[in-house]
Design a protein around this ligand. Sequence first.
Ligand code: HMG
Ligand code: MG
Length: 295
Amino acid sequence: NLPDEVTIYEVGPRDGLQNEKTVVPVEVKAEFVTRLAAAGLKVIETTSFVHPEWVPQLADAEDLLKAVHRDNQVRYPVLVPNERGLDRALELGCTEIAIFGSATETFAQRNLNRSLKTQFDMFAPVVRRARENGLRVRAYVSMCFGDPWEGPVPIAQVVDVGSRLLDLGCAELSLGDTIGVATAGHVGALLDAFPRERPLAVHFHDTYGQALANVVEALRHGITVIDASAGGIGGCPYAKSATGNLATEDLVWLLDGLGIRHGVDLHALAATSHWLAGRLGRPSPSAVVRALTKE
Ligand code: HMG
Ligand code: MG
């Protein structure tokens, strides 16, 4: 039994562009976000309020949010690790944030400069104050399936970290396959390990070409929020071997075939990714974008 409708949570401007070697001009980013909204995406993770030296690609977060004409039918969440990041997001009138925890010790150290344990101390006041200000908070948990330094990650450890993040007061938990090593059986086992009522989303990277198979498994488990990145751009600067996210176009092609509603205009989206690929100076890694935009 598959759902009738899903929400595509677009992460291209954030997860995609955070990993580009060149810094994309803010006007190009603003046009990218605007075109994604015009293509029908209703949730667009726009940027990050992290330390600018940690992710210089997104150091223009303030300028970008000022440059984007926010459509009131569209949600524009931003990544926030700590209270300093929250202050910056509040200043810009953001109404939705995402915190990002790690399921492993090594990645907590490398991505957050915190231990597995102390990451919660950093996030707790962020979630509390965000909610006091009426913001919706999503939580990510990274390295849910494998970690480049620690190898396979025990399911119980992921459920423990994810549950603690949700219990801080988050509305949704996105399970991140940060390095793209998951396969469908592992996805099913992890989803089964969470209590049924937990509001879960999935975030796959396509390193081993398994992202779509993993999505089908998640749909079979009743998941209705799926993260994807236009054109399949992305990765993570603090996780070697992380390649692009699942491409939004590949996801839309799958959903169309399954008759699952998503609200996105595939051709407008593929044209946007084709345009961005020109700006980035290399072809889109998405098979669907390449098939639809052959000249
Ligand atoms: P830290 O060095 O421990 O920070 O970094 P600190 O709290 O010790 O502060 C040091 C200085 O940084 C202070 O300035 C702060 O004000 C400043 P000083 O007083 O020395 O002048 N500072 C900030 N400035 C601007 N904005 C801020 C901020 N915070 C502190 N937000 C920190 C800790 C968390 C900040 C750092 O580790 C960081 O920025 N990490 C983010 C790394 C990142 O963005 N990684 C990529 C995203 S995660 C991902 O991609 C995975 C995901 O896609 C899911 C998946 O794929 O699985 C979500
Ligand atoms: Mg990611």
